[in-house]
Design a protein around this ligand. Structure first.
Ligand code: PEP
Length: 251
């Protein structure tokens, strides 16, 4: 899988144009080998799903609130993004955690909510540089998984995509080395195996995210523990098509 997180970039008109380019350039053959998801800003979802309707490129939201309706100024519910044509939603992105103070408990509420309305969650986890340097990486990832997935059944786990995104690699140009990514993602898969069994852990899709570019993706996606990428900066231009092609080689 290759998922693009456009963050707060592109206007509705720009999003429409770019989604059209992706639809033209990512062939059905590629889409039969790789799941491709684009996650525009909420204000652009409508424009993007309209252009992508009838293609096999999925649209996701970057965030969601865990109630259908109500007095939650500025929030958007899962029901609303689903109605706009989203099939996926990013939950617990590090920018949500760091800039907006989102906690593991909120991630867990959102996760239960979206699974209840058949949206596919891409749950982000990852340690900061400070946590890594203090030797806390495994503790942080374990807390994010245990608390984020609390109460999630075996059946529900099969619907969940996990994205390991070390915070120090997001938007910094510093990509994790294959060894660092493999070590962290092996740990995450091992923890999933402990909680849900080996088969479930093998089935679980775990993506890497953090400064992915066409020049570094091939090596990362060839690793056994990496099932694809969640891409920020390189999802905003032609590089995204290259990344899909690279992932297809490893499918
Ligand atoms: C992201 O925002 O999820 C991300 C991985 O960003 P970038 O690829 O720009 O590091």
């Amino acid at each position: 899988m290759v998922a693009g997180n456009w963050k707060m970039n592109k206007t509705p008109a720009e999003s429409r144009l770019f989604a059209g380019k992706l639809a033209d350039e990512i062939s059905d053959e590629l889409l039969s080998q790789v799941d491709v998801v684009v996650c525009p800003s909420t204000s652009c979802i409508d424009a993007v799903t309209e252009v992508l309707r009838g293609t096999r490129i999925f649209t996701g939201a970057q965030n969601v609130f865990y109630e259908d309706f109500g007095a939650y100024t500025g929030e958007t519910s899962g029901l609303m993004i689903k109605d706009l044509g989203c099939s996926h939603v990013i939950i617990g992105h590090s920018e949500r955690r760091q800039v907006f103070g989102e906690t593991n408990e909120e991630v867990n509420k959102k996760l239960h909510y979206v699974l209840g309305i058949d949206l596919i969650p891409i749950v982000c986890i990852g340690e900061t540089l400070e946590e890594r340097e203090n030797g806390e990486m495994e503790n942080v990832l374990e807390r994010q998984i245990r608390e984020g997935l609390r109460g999630i059944s075996h059946k529900e786990l099969d619907q969940i995509i996990i994205a390991y995104e070390p915070v120090w690699a997001i938007g910094t140009g510093v990509v994790a080395t294959p060894e660092q990514a493999d070590e962290a993602m092996g740990f995450v898969r091992g923890l999933i195996a402990e909680l849900y069994g080996k088969d479930a852990a093998e089935r679980c899709r775990i993506l890497y995210g953090g400064s992915i570019k066409p020049g570094n993706f091939d090596e990362l996606v060839s690793l056994e523990n990496i099932d694809g990428g969640l891409v920020g900066g390189a999802s905003l231009d032609e590089s995204f098509v290259e990344l899909v092609k690279i992932a297809a080689k490893h499918s």
